[in-house]
Design a protein around this ligand. Structure first.
Ligand code: FE2
Ligand code: FE2
Length: 194
């Protein structure tokens, strides 16, 4: 876990650093507060997956031209980094396997739905941070090229897709945040146009 923290603290990608991780931990806490013991989720596996899921992205800067490759590869990339350190730390194989699965499945372009609850919750919690207007604004303000073009594409995508989610809790959260998110993003767009 410390090794993951080291990667995330020294991130090369500000949108996938400690702040992102701290958001996810906060969402996770709220998830458990409201669902209690409704789901049989292994917290150790979930926590390890949360800490490690974006380590690859934190060490590789995304450029627009390699964006799709990154979206597809990041799951594998982080998983391989996790596996290497899990071996050194002597983590039980069962844990290593479950965590690896969740990390691999969190990549946006991974096919087939995730099977385990831990992988599903990581997906949901990670997706929730796509609805974080502060974080998304920072991303677009830092874009060197055509921020408006990509911002519009992003907003359209978020409007249309409504991001598939596994848990009712996350679905409700998104419904709650949505209006506020689009409002904030609209004013961000205006300030970019000016
Ligand atoms: Fe990621
Ligand atoms: Fe993430």
């Amino acid at each position: 876990m410390n090794k993951a923290l080291e990667f995330m603290t020294n991130t090369k990608d500000p949108s996938h650093g400690m702040e992102h991780l701290l958001h996810l931990l906060k969402y996770t806490e709220r998830f458990f507060e409201s669902t209690r013991d409704e789901f049989d989720i292994d917290r150790e596996i979930l926590l390890l997956a949360l800490y490690w899921h974006d380590v690859w992205k934190s060490q590789n800067r995304v450029r627009i031209r390699n964006y799709l490759f990154h979206q597809w590869y990041e799951g594998l990339g982080s998983m391989l980094m996790f596996k290497k350190h899990a071996r050194t730390a002597g983590l039980p194989q069962r844990t290593e396997r479950a965590v690896s699965y969740a990390i691999r499945k969190h990549a946006a372009l991974s096919s087939f739905p995730a099977i385990t609850l831990e992988a599903r919750l990581l997906w949901d919690i990670d997706t929730l941070d796509l609805w974080n207007s502060q974080r998304i604004q920072a991303i677009f303000r830092n874009l060197e090229h055509a921020p408006i073009f990509f911002l519009d594409a992003y907003l359209l995508y978020m409007k249309k897709r409504g991001a598939h989610l596994y848990f009712d809790w996350t679905k409700k959260e998104v419904e709650r945040i949505k209006p506020f998110f689009f409002e904030e993003m609209a004013s961000c767009r205006e300030s970019l146009v000016r």
